[in-house]
Every structure is written in C-alpha cells, then in structure tokens.
Design a protein around this ligand. Structure first.
Ligand code: ADP
Length: 458
C-alpha cells in the first residue's frame, strides 16, 4: 500500500504528469470560456430578438384606439396568427373584466402570480414546469394589455448548444489528454532513458557513452555535453592512475637501492669499513634524486591551483634566472634578450620553465659546448629559444621526451642525473598559458627548445 502510494507521488512529480495536467487544465479552461461565451452571446441574441418582435406586436396593438372587445378581437386576429403562436395576449379592462384572451392563455394567466423571475433577464419568467416566457404589458386608454411570449423554442436552442458544448468538452479532454500524455512522454521519455543509461554507466566498467537522442534538442545537447565531460573525466582519471603508478614505480627503484646499501652496511660495514663511503655516497645520491622527484611531483600537482596572475617583466626574469644558474654552467653562454617584454601570469611558472630547460641544456651538453638563450617578440607572439650544442634528441624521441618519467636511453641517462619529469612540467606550464613548445635539432649538433606565447596587450 505504502509502495503504490509512493510511486504515485513520484509519478505526480514527473514532467510527463505535470505537462499533461497543465495542458488539460488549459484545454478545459479554453473550451469552457469559449462555450460560455457562445452561450452567453446566443442567449443575449435570442432575448434581444424576442424583445424586438414583441415590441413590434406591442406597437401594432397600440397604434389605434380600440374600445370594445370586438375591436380587440378583430385587431388581434389580424396581427397574431392563431395556430401555434408563441404570443399569449390578454386584454383586460380596469374593472377587471377580461375582454380578450388567447386560446391557451387562460391557464397560464391564472398561474401568473406564481411565476418566477429570471435573475439576469428580469423580463423572462418561469413556470413551475420550467417553461420560460417573455413578459410585457402596457396600458392603452381603459385597457391593460399583457403579452407573454413562449420562449420554449429559443431555450431548446440554448439547451442544444449546452449539450453540444458538454459533449465537445468531454471529447476535447479525452483526445487532448491522450495526445498530451503521448507528447509529453516523448519529451520526458528521453530524460528517463538518459537517467537509466547514466545509472547503468555507473556500474559498467566499459567505456560506454550516452545515446544522443534526435529530439528534443535540449536533451540532445545535455547528452552531448555529458559525453564530452565523460571523455574528459575518464582521460583525467586515466592520467591520475597512470601518474600514481609511474610515481610509485619511480620511487620504488631508489628506495630499493637505498635499502640495499643500508643492508650492505649493516652486514659488512663492521668487517669491511671500506664499503661504507661508497654506499653512503649512493644513498646520498639516490635520496637527493628522490627529493627532487617528490618536489617535481608536488609542482605538477600544484600547477593548476597556482594561478595568481600579475604583469611580469619576462626579460628581467629570464636574465635573473640565467644569472642564478651561470655559476654551474661550464659551457660558453650566448644571451640575446629583447628588453621590456612583459607577460601576464605567475612569475614562478616562467622561472620553472626557463630553469628546467637551462638545466637540461647544461646536463646534456659537453663542458666545451655552448648554450644560447634568446627572448624576442615577433608579430603578436613572444618567443623564448634555449639552444645547446649537446647530444641532441633523435626524431623518434622528440615527442616522447615530454611524457612524464620518460628519459632517452636509460643506460646513458643513468650517468646523467634526472627524473624524466622536467620537460613534462615545462609542457604543462606552457599549455596553462595556451602557449606552444617545439623541440628541433640545432646545427651542427644539439637541441633547440622554442616556446611561443601570445603577446600580452596592456
Ligand atoms: P630529466 O630529468 O631526465 O632531464 P626531462 O623531462 O627534463 O627529464 O627530460 C626528458 C629527457 O629528454 C631526458 O632524460 C633527456 O634524455 C632528454 N633531454 C631533455 N633535454 C635535453 C637536451 N637539451 N639535450 C638532449 N636531451 C635532452
């Protein structure tokens, strides 16, 4: 019992039910207003025409002086048809004597004091059998003429209109509710189907998408947007999972190495103290690598939240970064920085990009090599180029170096310290500013990273 009650309450709140209910309400009101208007106009018209005809009869009776009953009978015989006439006329003298009465009038005139008045039209009277009559009377000389006009025919017309109206209202409500119910089911049906699909999506592991309905357009748009969101959400989830796996994997290797050396010291340190300095050095190196890795992972995680924008003097910032790193750059350095280049953003981000690229240039270039840094504007763009004469990156590796944890030729890289995250950070930062990063070969050897940003209009 409780369950059906709840279901009905739920159904009552559905779009389909609400739409149907409102539409039927509207339909019934429209039909009723229309019917009432037609009936009102018809009643008024019939009343007016009866009144006009009665006035004509009245005028013709008033027109000449009639004294005797004979005169009246003659006149009335001429102006009012005897058979089936709706006019019931009675002529009486002041003395109370009736000198003329239409054929069927006597009975009705006897009933006269009991007739009731119609509220809206006070000249319409009702008999106890609910027969309507139009009533008028006038005085001419010594005589009082009373006219009652039988309005049964007119009321039959109104009755017929009333029945037709009721019939039409029922038909309209019947068909209307059916059509509305089906129509609204079409609209809400798409939403209901979408709701069911979404519930299924939650439990299914497959990369399913929502079916996009052709109509209604709003639901179609929702389905499309939902699918776009779904794809983005899944991609981001995948990236997160990949990241966690990669990160734990990357941290596991140095940790295992550290533990290995700790065990070695424990086991052999006492008897062979010579292994201690080597192991300590290894532990120091690996723990430093881990420190950098964790620092970089945190940087990656923080990127999107760190968006305090300000106008940065990029020329100055890059010069300062070079100055800071200069001491650990044995290579010869060429710097060409156009002055007063500004950009809107977070200075920490641009510092990170420059530093990571410069550190790589230093790491992957011989001490006798050279490194050049150029900053300039061209058209609507700002260009930052960091070029070295180092070992270079092969064409197959060029797209991969931006992936997280990717390092070219692990055996060779193991000699050069690194985590494989530096370029991933640079790329994410560049994209944060809708910029572009390209890696090309330098001549005769080496690598060139070119970063492009839209020039800031101040
Ligand atoms: P890493 O910490 O290993 O330097 P990066 O993400 O900065 O990580 O770089 C990814 C890989 O790209 C590096 O391991 C290296 O093989 C290659 N690479 C990056 N910069 C250069 C460069 N200037 N010259 C040659 N190889 C480079």
């Amino acid at each position: 019992m409780e369950k059906t009650k709840k279901t009905f309450r739920e159904r009552k709140n559905t779009t389909q039910f609400q739409l149907t209910l409102r539409f039927i309400g509207l339909l019934v009101s429209a039909v009723l207003v229309l019917s009432l208007a037609i009936m009102g106009i018809t009643i008024a018209e019939l009343y007016e025409s009866t009144k006009e005809q009665t006035v004509l009869v009245e005028e013709s009776l008033k027109s000449d002086q009639k004294k005797t009953a004979n005169d009246w009978q003659k006149t009335l015989a001429g102006s009012v048809p005897k058979e089936n006439s709706p006019y019931l006329i009675r002529v009486g003298l002041e003395s109370g004597e009736v000198i003329f009465s239409s054929d069927d009038a006597a009975e009705l005139y006897d009933e006269f004091p009991t007739l009731k008045q119609f509220i809206l039209f006070d000249r319409v009277l009702w008999t106890s059998e609910i027969e309507p009559y139009y009533y008028t009377s006038f005085q001419t000389g010594q005589t009082k003429v009373t006219i009652l006009v039988d309005m049964e025919d007119q009321f039959e017309v109104i009755e017929r209109i009333f029945s037709v109206t009721i019939f039409l209202t029922i038909i309209v409500i019947g068909i209307g509710s059916l059509v509305t119910y089906r129509f609204s089911r079409k609209i809400s049906g798409a939403l209901v189907a979408m709701d069911q699909e979404i519930s299924q999506l939650e439990s299914s592991s497959a990369e399913q998408e929502l079916t996009v309905p052709k109509t209604p357009l709003e639901v179609q748009n929702i389905a499309k947007s939902f699918n776009v969101l779904l794809v983005k959400q899944r991609a981001s989830l995948k990236r997160e999972q990949q990241f966690v796996t990669d990160a734990s994997h990357e941290l596991r290797t140095p940790l295992a190495a550290i533990r290995g050396h700790v065990n070695l010291i424990k086991r052999r340190g006492k008897n062979h103290p010579k292994v201690i300095p080597t192991s300590l050095e290894y532990i120091d190196k690996e723990s430093k690598r881990m420190e950098i890795l964790v620092e970089q992972l945190l940087t990656l995680g923080r990127l999107e939240n760190q968006m305090e924008t300000e106008v940065i003097d990029l020329s100055l910032l890059i010069q300062q970064t070079i100055n800071e790193l200069k001491v650990m750059m044995p290579q010869s350095l060429i710097v060409q920085i156009e002055e007063k280049i500004v950009i809107k953003g977070c200075s920490e981000h641009f510092y990170q990009m420059t530093r990571n690229l410069l550190e790589n240039a230093v790491k992957y270039t011989d001490d006798t090599g050279k490194i050049s840094v150029k900053l300039f504007t061209k058209g609507q763009h700002i260009y930052l180029m960091i070029e070295d004469s180092g070992i270079g990156i092969s064409n197959e590796e060029k797209s991969k170096v931006f992936e997280r944890f990717y390092r070219v030729d692990r055996s060779r890289s193991s000699e050069i310290p690194g985590t494989g995250i530096g370029l991933a950070i640079v790329k994410e930062l560049v994209e944060l500013y809708q910029g572009d990063i390209v890696v090309t070969d330098a001549r005769p050897t080496g690598t060139c990273f070119t970063l492009t940003f839209a020039a800031t209009s101040l």
